[in-house]
Design a protein around this ligand. Structure first.
Ligand code: HEC
Length: 162
């Protein structure tokens, strides 16, 4: 009886605080991106996206994403936006760097990755996290905090190609 209670307590604790609190939609690697919360955090922190097509400068946001931003598009998404597609192919990824008011100090990242073909919020994982720890992130397929504004865009992408 007591052992059982202890076990329950331990697993509750692990869920709330341990590394196992990291969430995973279970979709694996898409376009070389590990789409778990941990995988996306590692990816944005690595800065690998900085070789992608980017907006030329940091600019004021039109959204509640911190005051200054810069957006990066992977090749699949660039091609799809150029083609004027109504929906983007699976593996499309867009990253937004979020800066302090000075426009230089990086605070965090938002990332959207297309995880299925076709239309609708369920075809995207939405992520947003802030440094230094990226410990309290938004993460999830069709995340309820994110999809509303983004439905104004073209298949949830609101930034035009630079
Ligand atoms: C109140 C509206 C609003 C909400 C809520 C919102 N966004 Fe955005 N988002 C925008 C706008 C507008 C842009 C265009 C760039 C800018 O002005 O910052 C944008 C840009 C982005 C971009 C760059 C690609 C693009 O679509 O332009 C990403 C990635 C992103 N948001 C992720 C998220 C995530 C993740 C969430 C939820 C945690 C979220 N957004 C919630 C309005 C919103």
């Amino acid at each position: 009886m007591r052992a059982h209670a202890l076990l329950l307590l331990t697993s509750l604790f692990a869920t709330a605080c341990g590394p196992s609190s990291s969430v995973d939609e279970g979709l694996g690697v898409i376009q070389q991106l590990d789409t778990s919360e941990q995988g996306i955090t590692a990816f944005v922190r690595s800065g690998q996206y900085t070789s992608w097509l980017a907006e030329p400068t940091v600019h004021e946001t039109r959204a509640p994403h911190g005051s200054k931003v810069r957006v990066f598009f992977n090749d699949l998404l660039v091609q799809s936006l150029r083609d004027g597609n109504a929906t983007h192919p699976m593996g499309s990824i867009v990253v937004k760097e979020l800066f302090e008011d000075d426009g230089k100090t990086l605070r965090g990242h938002a990332l959207d990755v297309k995880i299925a073909e076709g239309p609708g919020k369920d075809t995207w994982i939405f992520y947003e996290g802030f440094g230094p720890d990226y410990s309290n992130n938004y993460y999830g397929r069709a995340h309820s905090t994110c999809h509303g504004c983004h439905s104004d865009g073209k298949d949830y992408v609101t930034s035009p190609l630079p």
